[in-house]
Design a protein around this ligand. Structure first.
Ligand code: SF4
Length: 303
């Protein structure tokens, strides 16, 4: 039996059952629901301001492609805003070249300028080179550190006023739980964005479940690649991700409870904790929690 959309008098077949809300939604109502939710989150977080130039971190995967598509659609009437896309080729054999092809395709379709940078050109080594060294940390850690370095540096050179990343609800709650487990209050606080002196990060998809971002991407015709990064399963995050997916399946709404609990916790943090300044790296001048930033430490280690 076909299940119908639960919105008003809509008789269209539902394409999703949101267990956490009880709603069945047809394609049109689902797209509308996601875009409204993203707009609400962006308004709440004052993510976009007049005359912003927003650099979107684009890997060409479903999340970042959906983000670029959505921003382009939602802000099509805002002539004061500019969007550019930044892609980073980490140098992961048999993986990144596929998603970068998608990145080129979608930026061409949306007529948004794409700037691509690589670890090989910027640092003189690839992520595969780092992984082959057998350091104690899984490759995701250096990958994230070096990608952030390129994003910050290039966004600034391009004159961007914001950097938009495609972190979805799953990514956010994974980071929250990882930092709970590690007892890392500083990192918990920093999840909500950078200080004024650095280019602010915005995460418009932070309240959308990963599987709903994927469904949105499919519905608007974004190609979904089934190739996964070979290093993903080695990370601590992967274990937390699996655990949270089991909780969400058995107890729908767990991920929303976690993010709401985190928002409440942030309000309870003392002011001095919230206003604590990030330092600058003594070598490169980028944001750093200590004298030398993680990227400079890693580059020195590779040399
Ligand atoms: Fe980098 Fe890990 Fe993502 Fe692979 S899964 S691209 S190693 S952060």
């Amino acid at each position: 039996m076909t299940v119908r959309c639960s919105k008003g008098n809509c008789k269209n077949p539902a394409i999703i059952h949101q267990k956490y809300s009880g709603l069945h939604l047809c394609e049109n109502h689902f797209l509308d629901h996601i875009e409204r939710k993203v707009k609400k989150e962006m308004r709440k977080g004052m993510m976009v301001e007049r005359d912003d130039k927003i650099a979107v971190a684009l890997s060409g995967g479903k999340d970042s492609s959906a983000l670029l598509y959505m921003l382009n659609k939602v802000f099509c009437n805002r002539n004061d805003l500019q969007f550019v896309a930044i892609a980073v080729d980490e140098g992961i054999e048999g993986f990144r070249s596929f998603t970068l092809n998608n990145a080129r395709r979608i930026t061409k379709q949306l007529e948004i300028k794409l700037f691509t940078f690589s670890f090989a050109e910027e640092f003189g080594f690839t992520l595969d080179d780092v992984a082959s060294k057998g350091f104690e940390q899984a490759p995701c850690t250096p990958c994230g550190v070096l990608r952030r370095r390129i994003l910050d540096e290039k966004a600034r050179e391009l004159g961007a006023t914001k950097v938009a990343t495609a972190h979805n609800l799953d990514d956010e709650v994974q980071s929250i739980v990882i930092n709970y487990i590690r007892g890392d209050i500083d990192r918990l606080r920093r999840l909500r964005g950078r200080r004024d002196e650095f280019i602010p990060r915005i995460k418009p998809l932070r309240t959308i479940l990963e599987k709903e971002v994927a469904l949105y991407a499919i519905a608007v015709g974004i190609p979904i690649t089934t190739i996964h990064c070979p290093y993903a399963k080695l990370s601590y995050r992967f274990t937390v991700k699996r655990m949270l997916n089991v909780f969400e399946m058995r107890h729908p709404g767990t991920k929303y409870s976690l993010i709401r609990g985190y928002e409440r916790l942030l309000q309870l943090l003392p002011d001095e904790q919230l206003n604590k300044q990030l330092l600058r790296c003594e070598r490169c001048g980028e944001a750093s929690a200590a004298g030398l930033c993680k990227a400079c430490e890693l580059i020195a280690r590779m040399k």
